[in-house]
Write a protein that binds this ligand. Structure first.
Ligand code: ZN
Length: 363
């Protein structure tokens, strides 16, 4: 009623008629709408898990083959992720129950293909009954506690005995962990073309995953972020953290003045995690060392400079502040020379280790 009177008032003022729908819309059956809503929730989770799987296949190769470049930041690695229904609320819980059969027990959400767990025979959907005789708890936090326990048992480097339930059958599967860089690679559901490293983990955004055209591109960004962590860029930048939010704000203001509205993305990106506004030198190092991680994982690095160029042209927020600076041509040229250096080493069967300051043969 109120709306109608406002509309009449407005139409008098503006000397125009009030528009109302003319057609008879179909009557929506609320039970059917609920079924549809449930289906759409299942599709959202399925879409996320498809991206997550793609990311983990690449990430597991990069962190395992990169272990030799991660120094003391390595840990036992199994290549599995776990979940249960209690990480989800209300309708979403119903969706994961119907779509993935999740209960309050710990279920395997993903087994990175090619990982030690994959080779040993663990499968997505397996319910964990015990590991080395230890029975996981159920309900909220159970997957987290399981992950901690597995990491602890895995430290011995000896085979871990999994008892899992697959359908109605219980199976005993022994998995020997491998070593990997101790940085988890996570997927944020946010639809942003962004990625970051905070010194402990690596986060790739769903919007970024959708932007990648090939596994090489995924590997490139994971490797770049891994290099920020392995080279301890966060520690070194900590003292600059307070300034970064402000710096980001300046970039936003400058971009707005130049006609590009970043929607505050740079500010958020720079303030979040404290020190993501890496210096140009750190970005260069992450580019350089990142290519070594990528090459060690067996990915072709030749197209890397073109990917960053593609990022630069869409004004991608995140990845690096440098992409917003007029130094992108420098970056392209530096990447091309790093690609050459690494390909030369591959051709000569030399170890793929980045040249450090003071080491011989550095250019
Ligand atoms: Zn970076």
């Amino acid at each position: 009623m109120k709306l109608k009177s406002q509309c009449i008032l407005l139409s008098i003022l503006m000397l125009s008629g009030c528009a109302t729908p003319q057609s008879r819309a179909p009557v929506v059956n609320s039970a059917n709408a609920q079924i549809e809503a449930q289906k759409q929730r299942e599709m959202v989770i399925e879409d996320y898990m498809t991206s997550y799987k793609k990311l983990q296949v690449v990430a597991s190769k990069v962190v395992v083959s990169g272990a030799k470049l991660c120094g003391d930041k390595v840990s036992p690695y199994f290549g599995i992720s776990t979940w249960n229904q209690d990480a989800f609320q209300k309708e979403w819980k119903t969706a994961v129950q119907s779509k993935y059969g999740l209960t309050e027990s710990v279920h395997i959400a993903n087994v990175a293909s090619g990982s030690v767990s994959d080779k040993a025979g663990l499968k997505e959907g397996d319910v964990i009954v015990s590991i080395d005789g230890w029975t996981p708890s159920i309900g909220k936090d159970a997957p987290g506690k399981f992950d901690e326990k597995l990491a602890q048992i895995g430290k011995y480097g000896t085979p871990v005995e999994f008892i899992i339930r697959r359908g109605a059958v219980e199976k005993k599967i022994a998995v020997t962990p491998t070593q990997a860089c101790d940085f988890k690679v996570e997927l944020s559901p946010a639809d942003e073309k962004n990625a970051h490293a905070d010194g402990k983990k690596i986060v790739i955004y769903k919007g970024m995953m959708d932007f990648f055209k090939t596994d090489e591109e995924t590997a490139l960004v994971v490797s770049h972020e891994l290099a920020h962590n392995s080279m301890k860029h966060i520690d070194a930048q900590k003292k600059n953290a307070l300034l970064s939010g402000f710096f980001g704000l300046l970039v936003d203001v400058a971009a707005a003045a130049g006609g590009v509205n970043t929607g505050g993305d740079f500010t958020r990106m720079a303030a979040d995690a404290g020190a993501r506004a890496y210096s140009v030198e750190f970005e260069q190092e992450a580019d350089y060392v990142g290519l070594y991680f990528m090459a060690n994982a067996g990915y072709r690095i030749d197209d890397a400079p073109y990917f960053w160029r593609r990022m630069a042209t869409i004004n991608a927020q995140g990845i690096s502040m440098k992409s917003s600076h007029p130094t992108s041509p420098d970056r392209f040229v530096a990447l091309e020379s790093a690609v050459q250096e690494i390909n030369q080493k591959i051709a000569n069967h030399q170890p793929l280790k980045p040249e450090m300051k003071g080491s011989s043969g550095a250019k």
